[in-house]
Design a protein around this ligand. Structure first.
Ligand code: NAP
Length: 281
């Protein structure tokens, strides 16, 4: 049976560090603050927003929710972001994604100030990740996966790591973070052939498909370390990862649960980046 790599302890350790940083900032009369822009009333966004606001309150970060109609124009959204860019009382800006289809995402990504870009939307911040500079803002989900590996002392140097995802929010930045730690990384996607053979040859497998219980035992060996980033609903409407957890858990050496794994660290990473933004602004 596998060791369960729970996210909560990782998040707690990050929060402890954050509390210390927030105390230091208070001495300089600085209070970290996050502006959250929500377009429309998507239930998923509202639930994420509630969780972020609650976490901000608990740790001493101010938060301000700005709700706009889902039909807002790109121009009006740009105007709002520019106002927040100039607002000294705001350290970080978060815009819920995916943006409505009519919004020009490229314009929005380039409008958000790189200094307040706590969700790493601006290409300038993403570029830093691709250049191996990991001390700025990073996409929260891959950073959460990295923090879990670090917390549980899982060595990466020289290890074979398979990442099943090639998106710009998860797979590609995650690959750069793993390379920085000297892992040997293979990226897989929907056109990869014999995926089970590839994952079976890896020391660590990180999956982010968004297909509930897709990965059964055949994808892993008894030494596999499995990090499950996927979040979706299974046939019974229950929150599930990409891994068929109950069965795979019996076989592999370490595994993150869903819920309670990567997702439980992601929000804390976002907050830590608000604190970072407050230090720099
Ligand atoms: P995405 O853009 O849809 O990426 C999915 C990836 O999976 C793509 O690279 C796709 O390949 C690959 N894929 C799909 N079917 C496959 C198959 N049968 N075999 C191999 N690869 C396959 O999604 P995303 O935005 O990156 O998010 C992925 C998952 O992560 C979702 O479940 C999302 O909910 C979750 N997520 C979790 C968190 C968290 O905090 N835990 C945060 C963000 C996202 P192609 O490129 O070839 O299409």
């Amino acid at each position: 049976m596998a060791e369960i790599l729970k996210g909560k302890v990782v998040a707690n350790q990050l929060k402890e560090n954050m509390r210390r940083d927030i105390e230091e900032l208070a001495k300089a009369n600085k209070v970290p603050s996050l502006a959250i822009i929500r377009l429309g009333d998507n239930p998923g966004d509202i639930s994420y927003e509630k969780s972020i606001v609650k976490n901000c309150n608990n740790i001493g970060i101010q938060s301000k929710v700005i709700e706009r109609d889902v039909n807002i124009t790109t121009e009006d959204l740009v105007e709002l972001i520019e106002k927040l860019n100039k607002d000294d009382d705001i350290s970080g800006i978060l815009i819920f994604r995916p943006l409505p289809k009519h919004i020009n995402e490229e314009i929005i990504r380039n409008t958000i100030s790189p200094l307040k870009d706590v969700d790493c939307m601006n290409p300038l911040n993403l570029e830093k990740i691709f250049e191996g500079q990991m001390d700025g803002f990073a996409p929260c989900t891959p950073k959460a996966a990295m923090k879990i590996l670090e917390y549980y002392d899982i060595p990466l140097e020289g290890k074979n790591v398979v990442v099943v995802n090639r998106s710009m929010v998860v797979g590609k930045p995650l690959t750069m973070m793993l390379l920085k730690e000297n892992a040997t990384v293979t990226i897989c996607h929907s056109r990869t052939k014999d995926l089970d053979k590839v994952t079976n040859n890896a020391d660590i497998v990180i999956v982010a498909l968004g297909k509930a219980k897709f990965f059964d035992e055949k994808y892993f060996n008894d030494k596999s370390i499995v990090i499950d980033v996927g979040v979706s609903l299974d046939q019974n409407g229950k929150l599930s990862g990409d891994v068929d957890y109950d069965n795979v858990f019996q076989k592999v050496s370490k595994i993150t649960p869903v819920p309670g794994g990567v997702g439980s660290v992601t929000t804390t990473i976002l907050l830590s980046q608000v604190v970072l933004a407050s230090k720099d602004n």
